[in-house]
Design a protein around this ligand. Sequence first.
Ligand code: ADP
Ligand code: MG
Length: 261
Amino acid sequence: MKKSEPAVETKNLSISWGNVNVLNQLNFKLNDGEKLAIVGPSGSGKSTILKILAGLILPTNGELRIFGEKQTYLRLDQNNPPDVRLVFQNPALLGSLTIEENVGFLLKKNKKLSKKLIHKMVRDCLAEVGLFNVENKLPNELSGGMQKRVSFARALITDQSLHAETRPLLLFDEPTAGLDPIASSRIEDLINKTNDKVKGSSIVVSHVLSTIERTSDKVLMLYGGKFRWAGSINEFKESNDPYVFQFRHGKLDGPMQPKDI
Ligand code: ADP
Ligand code: MG
């Protein structure tokens, strides 16, 4: 990876399901080290953007560059995939694997790493998120909150021999949806800590105001397939833009209306 390249750059990125243009010619750039929030009502296409960035689905049209490299394949079909780590809303752990296997399974692909070293790396990452002596447990033996922390440990773990130079792109989809305010604060701290630790760039998709404000330095507002507003987090807090105002205050009046069913 070339250090000066933006983490993400899109040109007219579009995706349609049937004849619905969910994302309609989106252009945005995330510089290396920046922290972006993508906000917008349910169904506006936020998760779809993250899935495209994670290489899980392909856009219908347009161009996507990650760390300067044009992305034309799904991630599993790529020879030299960029270091992109997606943390889902639910922890998405594999139920029949132990916590150690869940966190370390990507490292296992590298035959040069000994079992002992992988064990130590996993233990260190679990300690970073405040979990101890859980390596041999199965996911369903842990509470929901602990499982969520395991999913962050999985995003923290880095195979230095493969990614010595890279600063990963971290993607968080609704990380605090449905959590109480204190649990949300803990997850927000964990997002920032994870980001600092791996020196990454991040995109957080959320409609929780505290999460947007505490984990991002700039904001994009998505609605109707287009970005309607872009600005810094401080501008977001004060803007009287009709989209931002309606979103922040949960108003029924405004440019964003439920689609006719
Ligand atoms: P958000 O994350 O902002 O709530 P999504 O990205 O999940 O929104 O979805 C955006 C829109 O795309 C929704 O209207 C959804 O119904 C539609 N959509 C997402 N995935 C598919 C799919 N595989 N087939 C058809 N429509 C889809
Ligand atoms: Mg979503």
